[in-house]
Design a protein around this ligand. Structure first.
Ligand code: MN
Length: 197
């Protein structure tokens, strides 16, 4: 998609009923594409025997990957759990590690889970009307802890690049799970094994 001229100004309607979020093509991530990222792989397999739920989708507006540009779009992360682990995005580092990102929550609730290569972790709530700053050097994954879609606007330096492989190989240090008493942040029991295949 290249309907925008990134060398001049333009505006985009992000209204979820009639705007770009309804019209634009999205990249979709189904459970089958990320089943090994959930720590309860038995639950993931059981779900996949019945169906292959859409976990999240996001719009990219075709921003060229140039230094100085700002890529932006929306992510829609659906509510649900695999075992007791909430639906989440894959999460990634930026290839240019020193690239920050801003997420603004339009609706829904959840967590932004972040960690740097040294293993320092950050977990911040995502609430409608609030922005979260993802600092340079931190991988980032969003998690939907509510019962409605979590809809976020994001923007980052357009030449940042995406490294999904490190997270796919090693997993995250921290997981966000559903407990009777509410949402809990736990250590990933599989992290040291290099969880995912
Ligand atoms: Mn990013």
């Amino acid at each position: 998609m290249n309907q925008f001229n990134w060398d001049t100004s333009f505006s985009v309607d992000f209204d979820l009923e009639s705007g770009i979020s309804k019209k634009a093509e999205t990249t979709k991530r189904y459970l089958s594409q990320m089943k090994d990222m959930y720590y309860d792989t038995d639950s993931a397999e059981r779900i996949l025997e019945e169906s292959d739920p859409l976990i999240y989708e996001f719009h990219e507006l075709g921003c060229p990957e140039r230094s100085g540009d700002l890529a932006f779009g929306t992510t829609i992360l659906y509510p649900g759990c695999v075992g007791d682990e909430y639906y989440m995005t894959k999460g990634h580092f930026h290839t240019i590690l020193e690239t920050a990102e801003v997420y603004y929550t339009l609706s829904g609730e959840g967590y932004m889970v972040m960690e740097n290569p040294e293993g320092d972790t950050l977990e911040l709530p995502l609430r409608a009307g609030e922005a979260v700053y993802v600092p340079r050097r931190y991988a980032h994954r969003s998690v939907n802890t509510g019962d409605q879609p979590l809809v976020m606007f994001y923007t980052f330096g357009a030449d940042a690049g995406h490294d999904y492989g490190t997270i796919e190989t090693k997993g995250y240090h921290k997981l966000i799970v559903k407990r009777e008493e509410g949402t809990a942040v736990i250590d990933n029991p599989k992290w040291k094994q290099g969880a995912a295949v």
